[in-house]
Ligand binder design. Structure first.
Ligand SMILES: [Zn+2]
Length: 300
């Protein structure tokens, strides 16, 4: 009997990009699937961005796997049992997505995490299938982890003991990666992935105190985000609080963030090159009051 895991109920994603870690809207559940491959599921060749997403999930999970070994199926919306958006069959090495989720990076990466975690987490309760150490810990910011079934699997792990030393925000190693750095707005592969990588350079767990951000009322502070600006624009930028297709920043009321020894948090944004006119740009990665930037180009 096939082992199934990793069912996600249909989620409403935000706007043009799927913003991971934002409060999900309209999400219902993420729980065990027992449906066979639907009659109307059609196999498809994964687009190039899937291989890039796979490497991101390998990096956050610390697990490696053979991307080419998996087969991918798409089914019409609302046709998966239990109102599922997607599910993974680890034993059969196949992932089934409903059609509206094929470009939803955080949903696809959620299924990839099931694939990479492998048989040890591919059966049993939904809680067992969604270990918080991965879905809410190592890969938080990379995969979508809805409340029911995923966050219900347990509390998010705390990466540092309460009495761990404090590291200044300025000591974090922050990088902005843009995959790929040249995107055609009309080509087959228009997916643009931004990754803000925040690393604790210390060999011990630490707490980082976030700065107050003046344009938000206490206790809220800016958490992380991005903005895309013309390459000629002066950086660092101001006006980061706008939420539109050129950027977004999340807010949090928690002022102290834990990092495990050497931990890198990957915070992923999925965009389409079709959103932007052909030009040279800077992708500005934002972590609280820190900013880093990387050039990239949109071509016709
Ligand atoms: Zn799942």
């Amino acid at each position: 009997m096939a082992i199934r895991s990793g069912l996600i109920r249909r989620a409403s994603l935000l706007g043009a990009y799927s913003l991971v870690l934002a409060s999900p809207i309209g999400l219902d559940a993420c729980r065990d699937a027992t449906a066979p491959l639907p009659d109307n599921a059609v196999r498809f060749v994964p687009p190039p961005v899937y291989a890039r997403w796979w490497t991101i999930v390998e990096a956050c999970s610390g697990h490696t796997g053979d991307f080419a070994a998996y087969t991918w199926y798409v089914a019409p919306d609302n046709s998966l049992r239990n109102n599922a958006a997607a599910y993974t069959e680890v034993a059969a090495r196949r992932i089934v997505l409903e059609s509206s989720q094929q470009n939803a990076g955080s949903i696809v990466r959620h299924e990839m995490l099931h694939a990479l975690l492998g048989p040890a987490y591919a059966s049993g309760t939904s809680a067992h299938e969604h270990p918080p150490a991965y879905f809410q810990g190592r890969c938080a910011g990379v995969v979508y982890c809805p409340e029911i079934g995923c966050q219900d699997a347990g509390a998010a792990p705390v990466m540092a003991p309460a009495d761990a030393p404090t590291l200044p925000l300025s000591a974090l190693d922050i990088q902005m990666d843009v995959l790929p750095d040249r995107v055609s707005r009309t080509g087959v592969d228009r997916a643009l992935t931004l990754i803000v990588r925040v690393t604790n350079p210390s060999a011990e767990p630490v707490w980082v105190q976030l700065d107050a951000t003046p344009d938000l009322p206490a206790p809220w502070v800016h958490w992380y985000g991005f903005r895309i600006v013309p390459a000629v624009q002066t950086v660092p930028i101001t006006g980061i609080a706008r939420d539109d297709s050129a950027g977004v920043i999340t807010r949090d009321s928690v002022r102290r963030v834990a990092f495990a020894a050497g931990q890198t948090r990957q915070l992923v944004f999925d965009l389409s090159g079709a959103l932007y006119a052909p030009a040279d740009y800077l992708a500005v990665g934002i972590f609280n009051t820190r900013q880093v930037w990387t050039p990239f180009t949109i071509v016709p």
